[in-house]
Write a protein that binds this ligand. Structure first.
Ligand code: KG4
Ligand code: ZN
Length: 335
């Protein structure tokens, strides 16, 4: 069984050819440089870039992978939700056009479900497991009891963690996307700025990062001579303390001793180190995707699409993207 997967939910245009044996080929074009001049993703620009780049990328994919003729695929997987609606529309229309012209099935994937399965590209998941999804748009904690069986345990009440990295990076004049830049800078810093740990002791599994961002702004206003690397380190450490505390609490409440950390922020080097060390010490198996699959890609969409297709689930031809369908609901509808 072979799928072509399409991912266009934000500022990465990505395609993948994937069989049950693994990845045949994948291509990705990031628009980050284009959006950086505006300090963040400009939705209309993103959609136009996807429209411009999808066909040339498909040509590149079929030729560089040596796959050749697309008629050998069995179905097209695509990100249906959540994301920038104009960008999703472009990807869904493209997926439909390819599927229709080749008389193949369409298989919808939830973008966060893609992230969750980015850890399990070449192997099966062991259920149940906890999954912390930390990206530019989400900070969600799920219990995953099977494919499509997602229970939301907690999430951010305001900014997503990646968004807060991007905003703090802007305050430090580092540019967009800020996550990787803060990560690099923090390696030379130390924890010299006192910052809050929002909701650390709250009675639930929710997060809040907007107060932390404001605390960074206030610290910089009060003392403009603070070293950027120290601000980066202190901010990053505050984020990790909160994420780790909530995950440990989720382990305690559910008794589930397997955790995956996925999404763009799972590329963070401090996160990778601290989560692996601290949770392994507590007997929790920590699973983090390889770096290139932490951020948006089509390989993860292909994998989740394959798991769905094998369950016999396909989409009707009038399927339409949605900007923000909750993962739990999506899992129930498409399993
Ligand atoms: O998953 P992703 O590629 O796109 C979304 O679905 O949102 O995540 C992008 C986010 C951005 O906010 C980016 O700054 C953050 O992930 N990010 C990082 C790192 N690499 C990417 N944050 C912290 N450290 C990193 N190394
Ligand atoms: Zn993502």
């Amino acid at each position: 069984m072979i799928t072509l997967a399409v991912e266009t939910s934000c500022d990465e245009t990505a395609l993948c050819l994937y069989s049950e044996e693994g990845v045949i080929g994948d291509v990705l074009l990031s628009q980050a440089r284009l959006h950086s001049q505006f300090g963040g993703v400009v939705p209309e620009l993103s959609a136009r870039e996807h429209t411009k780049n999808l066909l040339p990328l498909l040509k590149e994919l079929t030729s560089t992978s040596g796959f050749g003729d697309l008629s050998r695929i069995d179905f097209v997987s695509f990100t249906l939700t959540p994301g920038l609606i104009l960008s999703l529309v472009v990807g869904v229309a493209f997926a439909k056009a390819v599927a229709y012209s080749l008389k193949k099935s369409l298989v919808p994937v939830h973008h966060l479900e893609g992230h969750i399965y980015s850890c399990f590209i070449d192997r099966d998941a062991e259920y149940p497991f906890l999954s912390l999804v930390v990206s530019g748009g989400h900070t969600d904690l799920y219990l995953v009891e099977g494919f499509g069986r997602y229970t939301f345990l907690g999430g951010t009440l305001d900014d997503a963690v990646g968004e807060s990295f991007d905003k703090v990076a802007t305050m430090l004049g580092l540019g967009y996307p800020g996550g990787p830049k803060i990560d690099r800078l923090a390696r030379q810093g130390r924890e010299s700025v006192r910052l809050p740990r929002p909701l650390l002791r709250s009675d639930d599994l929710n997060f809040s990062f907007s107060g932390l961002k404001t605390a960074v702004r206030n610290a910089l206003l009060k003392n403009p001579d603070l070293k950027k690397e120290d601000v980066a380190y202190s901010f990053q450490k505050a984020v990790m303390d909160v994420l780790l505390a909530k995950v440990k609490e989720a382990v305690r409440r559910t008794g589930v001793k397997r955790l995956s950390v996925v999404g763009g922020v799972s590329a963070n080097s401090m996160l990778r180190e601290l989560f692996t060390k601290e949770l392994t010490e507590e007997g929790v198996k920590v699973i983090i995707p390889p770096l290139r699959l932490s951020t948006d890609n089509a390989v993860m969409i292909a994998r989740a699409g394959m798991l769905r297709f094998k369950r016999g689930v396909v989409a009707p031809p009038d399927i339409n993207p949605q900007p923000n369908q909750p993962l739990e609901e999506f899992g129930r509808l498409w399993s």
